[in-house]
Structures are given as C-alpha cells and as structure tokens.
Design a protein around this ligand. Sequence first.
Ligand code: FAD
Ligand code: NAI
Length: 465
Amino acid sequence: MQYQVTVIGSGPGGYVAAIRCAQLGMKVALIEKYPTLGGTCLNVGCIPSKALLDSSEHFYNAGHTFKEHGIDIPTPVVNLPQMIKRKREVVKANVDGIAFLMKKNKIDVHTGVGSIIDKNTIAITSAEGTKNITTEKVIIATGSKPTPLPFAAFDKKRIISSTEALELQEVPKHMIVIGGGVIGMELGSVYARIGAKVTVVEFLDSLIPTMDLTMGKELQKATKKLGMEFFLGHKVTAVENKGKEVIVKAEPKNGGAAIELKGDYCLVSIGRRAYTDGLGLEKIGIALDKGKIPVNDHLQTTVDNVYAIGDVVRGAMLAHKAEEEGVMVAEYLAGQKPHINYNLIPGVVYTWPEVASVGYTEEQLKEQSRAYKTGSFPYKALGRARASMDLDGLVKILADKNTDEILGVHIIGARAADMIAAGVVAMEYRASAEDVARMSHAHPTYMEAVKEACLAATAARPIHM
Ligand code: FAD
Ligand code: NAI
C-alpha cells in the first residue's frame, strides 16, 4: 500500500496529525500497536486519571462538605471496583470516539508495531505477521513511558507506575508516592480522598517544582487537609517489595536523619521517558539527543521526510502540546506556515484545588533579570468561593514593570483548569494587566480573582481587598 503520510502512534499527537493531514487532502495511514486508539492520554493518562479524580472528589465531598451544605446522608462507603469500572467505560467511550473519527476522515488504521525499514518503507508487525507499506512522509508520534527508579524496577504489584495506579482494586492502607510532580499529586490525592494514608517523597524542595513556587506551597497547604504527608528535599535510596509490604528509604539532601517508610503500595512518578523501542530509528541514522528524537523548528528530524511530535520530542509532555504539534506538521506538509508559541502552552494539575499556569514563573523572570511586578488575589475574598465553600487558592499575575504586559498567569483554586484559557487569550494578544483589569468580569465568578489580581498588579488597587 502507498500513502502520502504514515503516522506511527495514535496518541493525541498522532491521531490529531492524521486527522489534519486527511482534512488537507492527504492519503493517510495510522499505525498503533495496541488494539485501542488514543495512546497514553486516552487509555492510561489524562482521561482515566480525570475520571478517578472526579469520582474521588464526589466521594470526599459527600463525606466532608455535604453536611454543611444541609445535605444529610448516611456515611458514604467507597466502592473502588465500581469507580474503576466507570473509569473504564469513560475510556471506552473516548477511544471508540477516535476510531469513529478515523473512519470519518478515511484514515487507514493498521494495528501492529510500526518499524522503519527505510525512509519510505514501514513494516507493521502483528499477531497475523508482518506487512510493509510505503509512504512519502513519516510522522513519529510514539509517545512516552514511565521512568523507573534506577535501583527498583516496576514490579507492577507493589512498586507501581501510574498505569497500575489507575487499576487498583483495593484502597491502599498506605501509599508511598515517590515524586511530588503532576502524577504524584493527582493520583496521590485520588487515594487520599478515598481513605488511604498518602506520603509523598520529593527530591526537590517544592511540590510541582516546574510551576511557580507559590503554587507548590499553596498546593501543599491544601492537600495537607486531605491528610497527605510530605518529605520534601529527600533522596530515595532504596525501595523493596517485601510481599504484602513495600519499604522505602530516603535521606534528606542537606543532611539529617534518614527515614524509612512502610506501605502497601509505592507509586513511582518521577517523570516519563520518550518511547522509541523497536522503531528502527538507527536504520535511517536518527540518533537520540538526551533520550528524545531531535527535531528542528518545523518538527523535522535529521531525515528530510521524517517528522516527530509529542512526548517523543523536546518540550512539555502534555496532550495539548502534542496536538498542536500534530496540526503544525500536517499544515507544514501542506505548504502552510504554521507556528506554535511554546511559552503559551498552559500547564494544569487536576488536584482540588486545581493548579493552572501559563507564561513565565516568577523564578524564571528573576533568572532573566527581567523587571516585573506582581499582583495577587485570594479566593477567600470572592463571594463565589464563599458560596461554593472553595476558599483555598489565589491568582497571581506577573506583568512587565515598564509596559504592564502580562508575562505569567498562575492560578490555584476551584476551576483553575478552565480559567487559564483566559490567561492564554490575554497573553496571545499581548494584553496588559490593566487591559484585563478594565474588562467586565461576570459576578459572582472565580474569574473575578483574575481581574482583581490584574488590578493589584497594575496599580495596587484591588477593589475587594
Ligand atoms: P502517547 O499518547 O504516548 O501515544 C503514543 C502511542 O504510540 C501509544 O498508543 C503507543 O502504543 C504507540 N506506539 C509507540 N510505539 C509504537 C510503534 N513502534 N508502533 C505502533 N505504535 C506505537 N497531559 C495533559 O495534557 N493533561 C492531562 O491531564 C494529562 N494527564 C496525564 C495523566 C497520566 C497518568 C499520564 C501518564 C499522562 C498524562 N498526561 C496529561 C500526558 C499525556 O498523556 C501525554 O503528554 C500525551 O499522551 C502525549 O501524546 P503523544 O501522542 O505524544 O504520545
Ligand atoms: P513530573 O516531572 O511532573 O514530576 C516528577 C517529580 O519527581 C518531580 O517533582 C521531580 O523533582 C521528582 N523526582 C525525580 N526523581 C526523583 C527521585 N529519585 N526521588 C524523588 N523525587 C524525584 O513527572 P510525573 O509526575 O511522573 O509526570 C510525567 C509527565 O506526565 C509530566 O511531564 C507531565 O507533564 C505529564 N502529566 C501531565 C498531567 C497534566 O497535565 N495534568 C497529569 C499527569 C502527567
């Protein structure tokens, strides 16, 4: 079979690239080694984790906030197998949706492992054997896999990655989480909400350390209320599966007494690595750079007809970043001049309160020696937050000291994940803090905190503080 474009990997990078190529009139093949489409994001990432975050949040509220709202119910009991079953149904509806989109766009889906034979030939190997297809262009979108600790492999029973943590059939008594990044905090809070003791061991001195440091500090305060415990600045030295128990040893980076934790599950969430196993990159002379496929500004590899997108290339490992790159390559192949502003790709942590951010952090601005000013506004001063009892959180705006242009928007609080889109729009159009402060924001909404934080940044004159 002869194609104009062959996409290897059906995650949010690959399937979106395939659709955009098809929309632009190309004949497209999509190769996926698993029986369902959608990649990490739909099968074992974004979607199942959000399904469990939503279910566990309902459970937590039923037991903790309903009474104050005037809703008396018997003490709720968690039914984890049902939560997991519902999560699987949510995943199925989503992956079936992608299969439908492939048919609608007349994209040929090939199930099997795609392996490069030469720059125009791809072998597809499945239980039925191996077949070859030929192609003018190749888009590699093979994604990523969890990184194991160098001294303790995933045994998938007690020492687990996010994939197993999304399928547990019992509530852990004590889950030890190694890595207080996005996965550690999202899945850690799922299990803390449904009754597990959760202890997080993080190497750096802050949770979610790639975000503005204020966010990590506030998130730590908020999640302590769930009973989560934290050992920041700790280096893990050993993790041992002892049958029904797992033992984690760690020592403070800056000296002090070592700790030993005993739990029944250890979730290792210390990052993910680009996945290129069995892809045959060496056959066309592509060498990895720091574990990732090197690409130029057009996402083109060192081989002129081969492109790579998503988690397998540099940049944030996020579904919407992969999607933008999929669209960009498709449009570039069609002769257009697409562009991505990587600084304006938002990052979100779906804990409660949610954390969301776009643009520069305060730490980055300091590093750049950029003259900046800040404005903050707390959720607890919002009428909307009092009504919903979501008082934790704040909005922090960073703006250029001289021009007032917004340089960063950082939100921790209810609905931050949805609110950050307004920050992206403002920054895409290079709004000043005063521009946003002068726009009418509906009352009562959480978004009023963004307006007030902009007022605070502009002229230190928030109305409601
Ligand atoms: P992937 O989604 O990893 O897809 C790659 C696909 O390629 C896979 O299906 C794989 O089977 C296939 N493949 C690999 N090699 C071959 C081969 N040789 N032949 C055929 N097929 C192959 N991001 C967000 O933006 N928001 C979130 O809320 C979020 N939550 C997450 C929660 C968890 C628990 C995890 C683990 C990740 C989460 N992410 C989230 C990250 C997000 O899932 C990834 O950034 C995204 O899936 C990357 O997309 P991709 O297309 O590059 O690769
Ligand atoms: P991460 O990079 O977010 O966090 C890893 C954390 O582990 C960091 O804080 C790091 O300092 C720490 N760490 C590293 N080595 C350690 C060690 N040996 N001991 C203790 N701590 C250590 O990675 P995570 O959480 O595994 O997620 C992987 C990727 O998946 C992320 O890049 C993220 O972008 C993506 N993801 C996105 C989500 C979202 O957008 N909401 C949700 C979940 C994952």
